[in-house]
Design a protein around this ligand. Structure first.
Ligand code: LER
Ligand code: MN
Length: 272
């Protein structure tokens, strides 16, 4: 059974970003539970900023889980990337993600690599991919102690030039023998980059599909844009996908309405 999650960003610099709830973890967790979500996906400013015992208590009291923990602040706040040409800066990036993996692991969740993959310069692609492969391999191995994969999220062309398409990223990870790293498929990025969103999910395949950002074409809540969700749901069903459909969308027209719309669309697609 696919599980539902809703995003909560605690990063002030991302206050205009595509997260349903912003800034207030306890209240957001309570709202998520009340609306019927199974979990929250959390974007902290850094690992040290999350008090694991506190978060455990909050989700425990609400009777929900943590779906994933994002590392985006590593880039947005600290400008760290896993492909930085400077060895010391790249090491800081890897260590930042290790911290996120440790916190996520303690919460029973995987960590996400999105914007920390960076963007390579002209004619530096192979070097950048080499650095990314090395970083992902180290981080995937680090995540294994928690029996969690590391989630790698291809982004659209306006955010990265590393991998924009899901199937290519999955093939590259498998082909390089990078262990314990799965793909996070964000339907918004896919709407920009893929010719066939459902086909791209199938191309990633059951073994590599780790998480889904459940959102519409315009980055509003599911069913507030023009994404055709029926083939997407059919692909996820056919793949026996049992991970999260996590609402990562703009809080439009307001956070609670976006959350409600997301879970109602999910229920309409998967619960009958
Ligand atoms: C960024 O566009 C995104 O989709 C987030 O999940 C990345 O951290
Ligand atoms: Mn995303």
């Amino acid at each position: 059974m696919i599980r539902t999650a809703v995003t909560v960003s605690l990063v002030p610099q991302a206050r205009l970003g595509p997260f349903v709830y912003h800034g207030e973890l306890a209240g957001s967790i309570a709202k998520a539970a009340k609306l019927g979500f199974d979990a929250v996906e959390i974007f902290p400013t850094a690992a040290e900023a999350l008090d694991v015992a506190d978060v455990k208590r909050m989700v425990g009291d609400a009777g929900i889980d943590v779906a994933a923990v994002g590392s985006g602040a590593g880039f947005v706040v600290h400008k760290l990337t896993l492909i930085d040409a400077d060895d010391a800066a790249r090491r800081r990036a890897v260590n930042f993600v290790k911290g996120i993996i440790d916190v996520a692991g303690a919460l029973g969740a995987p960590a996400i690599i999105g914007s920390m993959q960076g963007r390579h310069g002209e004619s530096e692609r192979e070097t950048a991919l080499g650095r990314l492969a090395e970083s992902l391999a180290e981080l995937g191995a680090h995540a294994r102690q928690y029996s969690m994969p590391l989630l790698y999220e291809p982004l659209n062309r306006y955010e990265t030039n590393i991998f924009n398409r899901q199937g290519e990223a999955a093939e590259w990870i498998s082909g390089r023998g990078i262990d314990n790293v799965k793909i996070l498929c964000d339907l918004f990025h896919m709407n920009i980059e893929e010719t066939d969103v459902a086909g791209a999910l199938r191309a990633v395949g059951a073994a590599m599909l780790g998480h889904v950002h459940f959102v519409d074409s315009n980055r509003r809540a599911a069913a507030m844009g023009h994404m055709d969700f029926a083939p997407v749901a059919a692909a996820l069903r056919d793949l026996n996908y049992a991970g999260y459909a996590s609402a990562e969308c703009f809080p439009y027209p307001d956070p609670d309405a976006a959350a409600r719309q997301s879970i109602e669309t999910y229920q309409a697609l998967f619960k009958n």
